[in-house]
Design a protein around this ligand. Sequence first.
Ligand code: UD1
Length: 352
Amino acid sequence: MNVLSVVGARPQFVKLKPVSTALRARGLAETVVHTGQHYDYEMSAAFFEELELPAPDVHLGTPPGPTSAQCGFMIARLGEVIADARPDVVLVFGDTTSTLAGAVAGRYAGVRVAHVEAGMRSFVRTMPEEINRVATDRLSDVLFTASADADRHLAREGRPDAVNVGDVMLDVVRLVGPRTADPPALLREYGLAPGGYALATIHRAANTDDPARLAALLALLGGLGLPVVLPLHPRTRKAAEAAGLDALLAAPALHVTPPLPYVATIALARHARRVFTDSGGLQKEAFYVGTPCTTLRDETEWVETVALGWNVLAGADAAVARASLALPPPPPVDNPYGDGHAALKIAAHLAG
Ligand code: UD1
């Protein structure tokens, strides 16, 4: 059994970690293809180093550009790589341009496609990630899901055959858990104490590409009444600079950093009073390390976190965001996203 794993964006490097480890432990051959969608050191190589990931066997070097151009480039190059490597299955992760390109190229080559984190839906059809999810699930032969909600979505779409393995990101949080027990050094540099700050991230197209919305979000974070550590995604930095929002980024409460390594991010989430984010991954990671979250979107795919009281949907509403800081601690709950052994189940299923 030969697996060709396609990754390209930061969250996929994290998801690859436990899956790659489990595939190899089971004796399956794996070819790792990096599309090059994310290319800055902090967004890519830093994750391969810190998580001790296998170096990619193939790097496609996808040039930056519009989504459709990037997707087309990836499909063309992946077609060649698949013809060469002749895998039994193409494995894709999450909901990025690289995910969809991997699924399309696999199907065109007549190779089985397996999708990790299948069935997530925001039902916002304009969102690039939603387009990628729906199309990838439609093309995939094997659907690995992380939640019962995902299973329900897929069943409604005529796919009752999903394999619920739980969330591979829980595997990774468990793996690095001991390394996040101490507050990260960064906090001392900023003079911040555990519980005395919030961690925030913004990068979704819907939040960055409209200057008024981005300005509202940065003002919201700067006005929470609590220091905020804000690692800035390259997309957000470019959008803020283009929209002339430097003054908002310079707000006294904001500690703006470059994108941070994985363990530091999880440690910052763990020791924060609250997380404010539009990232799907960070919503879950906050939940896994026991920190409540406020989501800077109008909807979430991880609906269980909201239902269980661990996540508040604030959109760009500053009053809702501020009020969420005053909420009592959420109750302890059973984890609806599995037991932290998702990757072992994926490897076992693929091994047949
Ligand atoms: C992508 C995913 C998103 C995921 C996010 C995680 C898609 C459609 N979206 O969004 O689902 O949550 O990754 O980070 O795939 N850039 C750099 N350096 C980098 C990476 C990106 O400068 O290392 C720039 C790109 O050139 C582009 C912008 O940031 O101008 C956005 O990058 P892109 O890969 O298109 O999507 P993300 O916003 O990162």
